[in-house]
Design a binder for this molecule. Structure first.
Ligand SMILES: NC(=O)c1ccc[n+]([C@@H]2O[C@H](COP(=O)([O-])OP(=O)(O)OC[C@H]3O[C@@H](n4cnc5c(N)ncnc54)[C@H](O)[C@@H]3O)[C@@H](O)[C@H]2O)c1
Ligand SMILES: CC(C)[C@H](C(=O)O)[C@@H](O)C(=O)O
Ligand SMILES: [Mg+2]
Length: 368
């Protein structure tokens, strides 16, 4: 199969983890005789520096033509003083919005090899296997008005949704639950927010179409607590844009590091942007310390969701498992008697595993 992939390395550790993602895609192309072509474009702070805008036209045009997009990370202290509309993060929000990537899928799985890497008790973490379905192109992130008022004496942000925007993300979550363990937790703040009350109503309406899926509603504050006390009680969670952003970083604690969490930002037709959940990590950028596994697992999601390459995706996931089994890790993961390596070495271990072309024992359930 021939596929054209746009790479958006971005800022901080973005280029480091994007390099790892590309190497893994090349290894998969080699092993399975696919042809993957690549094109890199600027986004975020790098684009501000080179072209004066966080989301240049050529980047948007290339993304629109691509079979899939991989994004590293955007942002960093260098651009923190810029006005809101000029910040690197606007590039990421803009590309998600312009491509209509309304569903952000964030699988969180506690790898057996990393049960002791989490600050939580291993018996709490064990068996965690959940999927956060985060609404990505509406809610508090995009509502208007959003502005300073009265000479800076007041300020407004808006949490707004069209019925259709809630319906499509809820449907996506039901569909995901259906192919997993058939349990959906809809997370909201219906005791306070009108938008959450409408969200709840829509979930209630939609559940009639999915009688095989068990549904519960949970307030976001309680969900935050339960994620770290009883994570294995969750299967699929569906929630508003900002709630999903916060809960997914929290859930990364189950995996041992934010550097382990992949994501896919998709729309109905399968077009997708694949991005690790973490940011540009300015504290470790340029030091070859960044964990590339979130990016590599995002590549597995790309292979599956955008290209329908299920075996290839499983090969990537199994290679990650085997590298962890061999106790290789970056500095963010605490593994006793582990082999501490740099980000690039960890990526090369995964690539070697894929290229070895042996019969990889499939020890991990596929991400969905
Ligand atoms: N998708 C994105 O592009 C994205 C996501 C989140 C934050 N950001 C931006 O990144 C910048 C920094 O934000 P932050 O520091 O709050 O969050 P961050 O995710 O960049 O870092 C939080 C912590 O996790 C660590 N970390 C993150 N990824 C890691 C990895 N792959 N390996 C090892 N350690 C890792 C960092 O070193 C840091 O200690 C900000 O400008 C923010 O807006 C971008
Ligand atoms: C960088 C920022 C705009 C982004 C978000 O909030 O969506 C990030 O935190 C994420 O989780 O992808
Ligand atoms: Mg985030």
């Amino acid at each position: 199969m021939k596929k054209h992939i746009v790479l958006l390395p971005g800022d901080g550790i973005g280029p480091e983890v994007t390099k790892a993602a590309k190497q893994v895609l090349e290894a998969i192309a080699g092993r399975y005789q696919h042809t993957f072509t690549f094109e890199s474009h600027e986004i975020g702070g790098a684009a501000i520096d080179q072209q004066g805008t966080p989301l240049p036209e050529d980047t948007i045009e290339a993304c629109k033509k691509a079979d899939a997009i991989f994004l590293g990370a955007v942002g960093g202290p260098k651009w923190d003083q810029l006005p809101g509309h000029m910040r690197p993060e606007k590039g990421l929000l803009g590309i998600r919005k312009q491509l209509g990537l309304f569903a952000n899928l964030r699988p969180v799985q506690a790898f057996q090899q990393l049960l002791h890497a989490s600050p939580l008790k291993p018996e709490v973490v064990a068996g965690s296997d959940l999927l956060i379905v985060r609404e990505l192109t509406g809610g508090l992130y995009f509502g208007e008005p959003r502005e300073r008022r009265d000479n800076g004496q007041s300020v407004v942000d808006t949490l707004a949704y069209q019925r259709m925007e809630i319906e499509r993300i809820v449907e996506k979550a039901f569909e995901s639950a259906r192919v997993r363990r058939k349990h959906l937790t809809s997370v909201d703040k219906a005791n306070v927010l009108e938008s959450s009350r409408m969200w709840r109503e829509i979930v209630e309406e939609k559940k009639v179409d999915y009688p095989d899926v068990e549904v519960e509603h949970m307030l976001v504050d309680a969900a935050a607590m339960k994620l770290v006390t009883n994570p294995s009680s969750f299967d699929v969670l569906v929630t508003e844009n900002m709630f999903g952003d916060i809960l997914s970083d929290e859930a990364s604690v189950l995996t041992g590091s934010l550097g382990m969490l992949p994501s896919a930002s998709v729309r109905e037709d399968g077009v997708g942007l694949y991005e690790p959940v973490h940011g540009s990590a300015p504290d470790i950028a340029g030091e070859n310390k960044a964990n590339p596994l979130a990016s590599i697992l995002s590549v597995a999601m790309m292979l599956k969701h955008s290209f329908g390459m299920h075996e290839e995706a499983e090969t990537v996931e199994a290679a990650v498992q085997q590298v962890l089994q061999s106790r290789y890790h970056t500095q963010d993961l605490k593994i006793s008697n582990g082999v501490l390596v740099s980000g690039s070495v960890l990526a090369s271990k995964v690539v070697d595993q894929i290229s070895a072309n042996d019969t990889t024992e499939h020890i991990m359930r596929c991400y969905v």
